[in-house]
Design a protein. Structure first.
Length: 250
């Protein structure tokens, strides 16, 4: 763990600066030019087992990395979190074997970023009230709804979208998470204005008759309506990660 911290501190010393952070924040831009360099350190694979190309780090390692990055550079921390946390942890903890083998090595290589779309204009703390609807149509789902306050949506490759797939059961039992490619027709993304923290954008997303294959249910088609327990796993690790992040900022 000491070596991990040294590796990150060395990266921050060599590749980042206050000017970079300021430039990214003032110009509301993601520091994509550092992506390949951060990927080359192996950090994008930190929490993933070796069979998916990662280095098998623990939750403590993940938090140490987040804390060290956040302390040193907002830009580097943003680069790390979008792929590794928003996409990677979600797929690692809930994905099917096929999805893990397909996406996790892409994340390790710096070629895949995700965002996590739970919040809606009228759905915040009580996540079980999600209204965004996904209706089965043959082997596909048709999605309609509105998400807001979604971090990094406009640069994510895939939007991990919390949807309601069965409105007729207990509200904890009718949710599914769909991995919706950002370029899918029917998706509109708008960046919201913010006072700070602008390196990762905060966006609203509209889904208008967006069609995706049922293969894109997180966990595969057999994980239909398993969204609530999947969500809780993600929020557990998110709360711990957020703690580490904000200790660093403080
Ligand atoms: C910068 C930023 C980035 C974000 N990124 C994402 C993202 O990537 N993906 C995503 O899905 N969401 C994201 N969010 C949304 C965030 O998760 C929500 O803001 C959060 O879930 C709270 O929802 P809300 O803002 O509607 O507040 P509300 O749910 O309306 O809560 C308002 C206040 O009331 C309190 N409260 C609520 N219910 C109760 C209760 N039953 N008892 C007592 N107190 C209560 C809350 O603690 C809070 O203080 C982001 C938000 C911000 C500000």
């Amino acid at each position: 763990q000491k070596q991990l911290v040294l590796l990150i501190e060395d990266f921050i010393e060599r590749e980042t600066s206050r000017e970079l952070d300021r430039d990214c924040d003032e110009n509301e831009r993601f520091p994509i030019e550092l992506n390949d360099k951060l990927a080359a350190t192996g950090l994008y694979g930190l929490p993933f087992p070796r069979e998916y190309g990662g280095t098998g780090g623990s939750t403590v390692d993940f938090c140490l990395a987040t804390e060290t990055l956040a302390k040193g550079s907002d830009a580097a921390c943003a680069l790390f979190l979008l792929p590794v946390f928003f996409a990677g942890e979600m797929i690692l903890n809930n994905g099917s074997e096929e999805q893990k083998h397909r996406y996790l090595p892409e994340i390790v290589a710096g070629r895949f970023k995700g965002c996590f779309a739970l919040t809606e204009p009228e759905v915040g703390s009580d996540a079980s009230r999600v209204k965004t609807r996904a209706v089965a149509d043959g082997d596909e789902f048709v999605i309609n709804g509105h998400k807001t306050l979604i971090s990094g949506a406009e640069i994510a490759d895939t939007i991990m979208t919390v949807t309601r797939t069965d409105p007729d059961v207990n509200r904890y039992e009718g949710m599914s998470i769909l991995m919706i490619p950002r370029e899918t027709p029917g998706i509109t993304i708008n960046k919201l204005k913010k006072l700070g923290g602008r390196i990762i954008s905060t966006c609203e997303i509209f889904f208008d008759d967006v069609r995706v294959s049922s293969e894109l249910i997180l966990g595969g088609p057999e994980a239909l309506n398993q969204g609530w327990p999947q969500l809780l796993k993600q929020l557990d690790i998110e709360r711990i990660m957020m703690g580490a992040l904000h200790v660093a900022i403080a």
